[in-house]
Design a protein around this ligand. Structure first.
Ligand SMILES: [Zn+2]
Length: 672
């Protein structure tokens, strides 16, 4: 998944660095611990027992009921019994009602099996234990989802762009697939799947499978995913969806009102695929299509194979946010092809993907654009690491560190992971490193691996064949220690240096950068401009900025997520009305959570936040709603413990780091 410019949103806290250079946070100096020897893969976020039995294929037969907000039907598993003495199949479920479990007999008939659904754990859901003394090759479970399924969102027609058809979509990562299909919900198990799905006749259904652009819209759909995928890539969407091609193997699915705009914004997709293929080898998944979801989608994008799910908030008209597509496409190699075995190794997925994304961006849009995106990411890492528990700053997490996989630190898994790859690239040079990474994708294709496996492969190939460049101790510091090593490559952005100069001049003299300069600025430059602001500004300064640049009411979420918190901290209530509309319309967590966090810092802001959320909640995705509720509860608790000073005594520049840290007790959940 991807949140562009990953952030816990402490937007305005960044001090300007003189030349647009992002400095590394303090180096980790602790002694480097040697990693443990190869061990059994334990996924603490799944009840399933892949060491006993593995699902190799799932055949789904499902019906969508938009009135009840329920998916019901059956899942038939093909099983590989690893342990010939095993007597049970344990599946992950969350809030599912299970009607029956059956095994297939030698004559093809079905016979009932005993099963038990355990009490629910808040994070992990309920283990479904099916007694299988015969170790059958096929088991079938008949079930129905709950209207509150954490991995599904159901939207009434009024909540869609077109307003005519209802909409439904899934988000299985991290561990939400279990809320709509009982399965082994751990990335170390990979399976193929097929599906037969029935829906109202005028609703189009798509899956992370072989979607046919010419399929008749008749309410009866069949899908096949012939490549083995982990559970988090299981995906479904249904709504008033139409297709527009970009190339022979790529196109956009969207609501009719959105499809032309989306196809235009994403028109470079084929070029991106070709670019990635040149460096990393053939695209192995057949078609690569994009599905534009309603604005309530909680993430930037989700790399569902063959059908990336994307937020409409990246469609800003100038392609300045299409690195989201580069990111999701990059997952076709890093992630979907070579997956992490457990959430403790999530950097193998997101970190390598963020690096590959940067290479695609560089090739298509130039090093300047890739540099700006990396500086923004690393500035955010620096801010996040200032308050993030050291245990969560390791690329390879220790067992028990992560209570809920949704609480991954995006700074660690995306940005530090990508930084590590760039470190290797610079040490070995692209002439060596690019073929090595391509070989890594080939070597582990369609497998799910641990950090230890990555480390062993790295040592026995890249390091052994190119001695004297990097030591294993240096590698282990990246993998197993908190912080960023002191010799991490630095980055400079030429274009941000111009932004910094303009910002400093304005803060000193009140003279804004000339329109001939800002007229050329992309989203990244505006983001950097706003992040260079002090913690709070005077109302007249905000008025001046707003008059010149029309930040309030901006359709660009990357700007909104930085402008509104600054306005709120500075007591600039003129932004409230448009801020409220933005919060009601957009559900992408990365864009709205920073605003909610800024609001809940004062009693007045908290009341406004509660009022806005009460109105927005019916159309809010369950994952987003849960996060907002948590932010509001934490804000209330903080206010009850220590009421803030009156607005007249607003904190001075630089003090907002504390204000934000107060509302950021947990890292923002990683998105994809
Ligand atoms: Zn991702």
């Amino acid at each position: 998944m991807r949140q562009l410019f990953m952030s816990i949103a402490v937007a305005a806290t960044m001090a300007i660095t003189g030349c647009g250079q992002s400095e590394a946070p303090p180096a980790a100096t602790a002694p480097v611990a040697a990693p443990a020897a190869a061990e059994k893969i334990v996924d603490e976020h799944s009840y399933s027992q892949p060491d006993k039995v593995r699902i190799t294929d799932i055949a789904l037969d499902l019906a969508l009921d938009f009135d009840k907000k329920v998916i019901s039907g059956s899942a038939t598993y093909t099983l590989d019994w690893v342990d010939k003495g095993a007597t049970a199949l344990v599946l992950d479920t969350r809030a599912l009602s299970i009607a029956k479990a059956e095994e297939q007999k030698a004559d093809g008939s079905w016979a009932p099996l005993q099963f038990k659904l355990a009490a629910a754990d808040k994070t992990l859901g309920s283990a479904l234990t099916i007694q299988t003394p015969n170790r059958p090759t096929k088991v079938r479970v008949t079930y129905a989802t709950s209207p509150d399924a954490s991995g599904l969102q159901w939207l009434a027609p009024a909540m869609t762009e077109g307003g005519k058809q209802p909409f439904m979509f899934s988000q299985s990562q991290q561990i939400h697939a279990r809320s709509w299909v009982p399965l082994q919900d751990t990335p170390q198990v990979r399976f193929t799947y097929s599906a037969h799905v029935r829906s109202p006749a005028d609703v189009m259904v798509l899956m992370s499978a072989d979607n046919d652009p010419n399929a008749a819209r008749d309410g009866d759909y069949s899908f096949k995913m012939p490549q083995r995928i982990p559970s988090y890539l299981l995906a479904i969407a249904a709504g008033d969806l139409v297709f527009k091609p970009i190339s022979a193997r790529s196109g956009v699915w969207a609501e009719p009102a959105m499809v032309d705009k989306a196809a235009h914004e994403f028109e470079d997709t084929e070029k991106m695929i070709e670019t990635a293929e040149q460096i990393y080898g053939p695209y192995r998944w057949g078609r690569y299509d994009l599905l534009v979801l309603p604005p309530s989608f909680p993430y930037g994008g989700m790399e569902n194979p063959r059908l990336t799910f994307a937020t409409p908030t990246v469609i800003v008209g100038d392609k300045s946010l299409v690195s989201l597509v580069a990111h999701e496409l990059a997952h076709s190699w890093s992630g979907n092809l070579v997956t992490f075995a457990t959430d403790k190794d999530a950097w193998l997925n997101e970190g390598i993907t963020t690096y590959v994304q940067s290479r695609i961006t560089e090739k298509l849009y130039g090093r300047d654009v890739a540099d700006m995106e990396e500086v923004i990411d690393r500035d955010e890492l620096k801010t996040e690491f200032a308050t993030l528990a050291p245990d969560l700053q390791r690329l390879s997490l220790k067992p028990g560190t992560l209570a809920d996989p949704d609480d991954q630190s995006s700074a660690t898994v995306y940005t530090k992971g990508a930084w590590f790859m760039e470190y290797l690239e610079q040490k070995f040079g692209r002439g060596v490193f690019d073929p090595w990474l391509r070989g890594y994708f080939d070597h582990f294709a369609f497998q799910s691996i641990t950090t230890q496996q990555f480390r062993d492969y790295l040592e026995s190939t890249l390091l052994r064949n190119n001695p004297g460049k990097v030591t294993m101790q240096e590698i282990d510091q990246w993998l197993y220690e908190p912080g960023i090593p002191a010799d991490a490559p630095k980055i400079e952005s030429r274009r941000f240096a111009t932004v910094n100069a303009g910002s400093i001049a304005w803060q000193g003299s009140g003279k804004l950068p000339d329109k001939s300069v800002t007229g050329e600025w992309s989203t990244q430059e505006w983001v950097h401009f706003l992040e260079g602001m002090p913690a709070t500004l005077k109302p007249e300064q905000l008025e001046q900025l707003d008059a010149a640049y029309k930040f309030t009411g901006t359709p660009n979420g990357e700007i909104a997520m930085r402008w509104y918190p600054l306005a709120e901290r500075s007591g600039y209530v003129a932004a409230r009305e448009e801020m409220g509309k933005f919060l009601a319309r957009v559900g992408r967590r990365k864009l709205i959570i920073p605003i909610y966090k800024a609001l809940v810092a004062t009693p007045d802001g908290l009341a406004f936040a509660e009022q806005v959320f009460a109105q927005a909640k019916p159309a809010t995705h369950p994952i987003t709603a849960g996060t907002i509720e948590q932010v509001i509860a934490e804000g209330k608790a903080k206010l009850a413990a220590a009421p803030p000073p009156a607005p007249a005594a607003a904190p001075a520049a630089g003090a907002n780091a504390d204000a934000n840290a107060a509302a950021a007790t947990k890292p923002d959940p990683a998105a994809h």
